[in-house]
Design a protein around this ligand. Sequence first.
Ligand code: SF4
Ligand code: SF4
Length: 327
Amino acid sequence: MKAATLEELKRFFESLQSDFDLRVPVLLPGDTRGLGRLDEGPLALEGGPLPRKPTEVFFPQAELLFSACYDGPLQFETAPPKPLLVVGFTAQDLACLEFIDRFFQSGYRDDVYFRKRDTTLVVGLAGRCGEGGGFLPIAGGRCDLELVSDGQRFLPAPYSAAGRALIERLDCAEHRASLQTLQTESDNLPTEEAELLAQASRLLRAGRVPESFWNDIAARCIACTGCNLACPTCTCYGVQDWSYAGRVERSRLWDSCQLDGFMREASGHNPMGTEALRTRRRIHHKLAADVERWGQISCFLCGRCDRVCPTGIGILAVAGELVRRYA
Ligand code: SF4
Ligand code: SF4
């Protein structure tokens, strides 16, 4: 089967730029990896999950919804001129993306989200391209194409017609490489963290966690909002209007349930008026409320909140403490 070196993949991505607005993992100033265009830094496919959530290409931190001149009609943002092609989703990121796809089409379909999402090709990364050469699980779907590293080359696994069409354009040699061996390695990755989350979820839903636990955890939260900003399944946002130079603009901006003003009402009443209630909500929402509403835990263990939290109370850390105390 085809198997591409990093150099061959770089040429492949370059050849796609005429048809797509390409976003790939690149090395940014400050030695951090992020999604960018090929001219923004060296290609950086290896290194594991991107520090920032890749779902932000569809749901960015700040996004213009519409604008108007004082005496003119509303002008709505339109679909981008070229479809996006985004490379760099891990299996966990793809599960997160699938979840927020469901979220943004429930009730009414969020056209701002889907005007980009509908036309985007998503490419996942898996195999031996994790941090320090670690093995990233294979998603086996949920994207158009997955690039699975065997440590030397990337083996392309297409899952859609668009993904298969992309592979046709990949110019590289055939190798005696096998996805099956890598799939077996992926299937045998440890599952303890998922089991821990499931156990914490069961305890929460059974009412086995007292309020005092949330007081303890909340005492360690400094409301920096890093956990929410990093999480690919956090979808809360606020709306902001700006008026300047004869124009009005309406944008939406990410919100954080760890902020005092998150649910504060105009009357001053705040149903989430204590740090403990807000901390409880952050965890309970993903491990209990979303199980009731969506039939699944909405944390897919991407690891970002545990990595960014300066006080060590990301979801996995809290789940671990919860299980140790109440199981
Ligand atoms: S690990 Fe944290 S950041 Fe990642 S999906 Fe779960 S809650 Fe969100
Ligand atoms: S990252 Fe940690 S300290 Fe910051 S708001 Fe989230 S839980 Fe609190």
